[in-house]
Design a protein around this ligand. Structure first.
Ligand code: ADP
Ligand code: ASP
Ligand code: MG
Length: 418
């Protein structure tokens, strides 16, 4: 007997037919004698619809009420899956975030899970019941409902797996694993059998939305064995690992190692340039201090060559959804920062290459710049970390850039992915 968590994303839960097929898959694991907790997302598109209602009701909505609204999608699917399981003879019940409970911080709309009580869950599983848990939601100490940020059901699943000391956490989605890049953009992307926590963390944080970044960080910290696999193919059983396993670096064999493991893109960033900022100590702090106070995350930063006038241009990116707020903060701080002009552009895209192989090989970034340069793709800004290089380019060139780099680093599969 194993203890397993099965997580099903939005496309896997989109409609009663799909939910019946999920129920049948859950039944197979349960019939094999496993203790099973299932974490579900809202139906595809539902959370967007609910977010839209909040915005329509008021552009300055109360985040506590936003959480009440947007958490509703998962409440519906968890109840429906419990009904579908019961209908095929599987004892099942739903456990809403406040019922388990899933304790979170009070940062509404992006709360962090602080702990999950497993007493009731353990008792239910021990009786042979399947527990169906809505992802994405929890409860703060205040007793109010919270949500974990978009894509948060992955994090719910990993947190449940850690709390119940599960043997495996299987993330079922609409692709059959983690690929070298988004297979919807590059049909020649290759499926990875294994990827390290560290690389997956970087890939997720730079735009590979197959797993939410926080879920990978949590899995790494808690040592949860995560597998990404498809809910759409009736392939081999999940315990034969047909998908992609997220593993520690020591589990990757040398022959599997590539210089670059994956490429990701992110169109949701906006570029801001402050023209003619005084070139003196403290000038940069005067820009990023107020942005940090407003809780706006700044990503790629470039400080350009100083002008003869003793001033310099500073370029950086912020999440596209935060652009309006960032501009407001910067305009209010114009006098204290002392810049001359503010320019912004949201038609940019960030392309990143990720791989632990970068640590031991020189020239990896140079190949990226050369490949893009030869095709006339202009690089607007660059950022690097130990295992990642990101460049900012014009949004229209995203797909072309990803394809070119995929080929340049030898990642193309022999045959196009199905
Ligand atoms: P779910 O609703 O199941 O949580 P998501 O839409 O959040 O699914 O994530 C799955 C999607 O992630 C895929 O359909 C794919 O387009 C996208 N994706 C982006 N990068 C990758 C990658 N490197 N490997 C696999 N899928 C990726
Ligand atoms: N339904 C939520 C979202 O769309 C959470 C999730 O699906 O992971 O963001
Ligand atoms: Mg997702």
């Amino acid at each position: 007997m194993a203890r397993i968590v099965m997580k099903f994303g939005g496309t896997s839960m989109a409609g009663i037919e799909r939910i019946r097929s999920v129920a049948a898959r859950v039944k197979r694991e349960w019939q094999a004698g496993n203790q099973v907790a299932v974490v579900v997302s809202a139906m595809a598109g539902e959370t967007d619809r609910l977010v839209g209602f909040c915005r329509e009701a008021s552009s300055l909505y109360d985040p506590r009420e936003y959480d009440v609204v947007v958490s509703a999608g998962e409440q519906v699917t968890s109840g429906l899956l419990a009904i579908a399981l019961q209908a095929i003879g599987v004892p099942a019940r739903s456990w809403l975030g406040w019922q388990l409970p899933v304790h979170t911080s009070d940062a509404h709309a992006s709360a962090r899970i602080e702990g999950i009580d497993t007493q009731a869950l353990d008792a239910s599983l021990a009786q042979g019941e399947v527990a169906v848990i809505p992802g994405f939601q929890g409860v703060a100490d205040s007793g109010r409902v919270t949500t974990l940020g978009r894509g948060g059901s992955d994090t719910s699943a990993v947190a449940v797996a850690a709390a119940m000391k599960a043997d495996r956490c299987d993330i079922y989605t609409d692709v059959d694993g983690v690929y070298t890049t988004d297979p919807r953009i590059v049909p020649r992307a290759r499926k990875l059998k294994r990827v390290t926590y560290e690389e997956m963390l970087e890939l997720a944080s730079v735009g590979a939305k197959v797993l939410q970044t926080r879920s990978v960080g949590l899995a790494m910290k808690e040592g949860v064995r995560v597998q990404v696999l498809s809910s759409f193919v009736d392939g081999p059983a999940a315990d034969t690992l047909p998908g992609t396993m997220i593993v520690g670096e020591e589990e990757i064999e040398d022959v599997e190692r590539q210089l670059i493991t994956g490429i990701a893109h992110d169109k949701n960033e906006a570029k801001i340039t402050l023209v003619e900022v005084p070139d003196r100590p403290g000038a940069v702090a005067a820009i990023f201090g107020p942005l940090a106070e407003a809780n706006i995350n700044v990503d790629v930063i470039v400080q350009n060559v100083a002008h003869a006038t003793g001033s310099t241009d500073v370029t950086f990116t912020v999440p596209g959804a935060e652009l309006t707020r960032a501009l407001d903060v910067l305009q209010k701080a114009q006098v204290s920062i002392g810049y001359n002009k503010l320019v912004h552009d949201s038609r940019v895209s960030k392309i990143s290459i990720v791989g632990v192989g970068m640590r031991s090989h020189a020239g990896v970034a140079a190949t990226m710049f050369k490949t893009l340069g030869e095709r006339g793709i202009n690089i607007l800004a660059i950022a690097t970390s130990e295992i990642k290089v990101s460049v900012l380019i014009h949004e229209d060139e995203t797909e072309l850039a990803v394809r070119l780099l995929h080929t340049a680093y030898g990642l193309d599969a022999e045959e196009a992915a199905a």
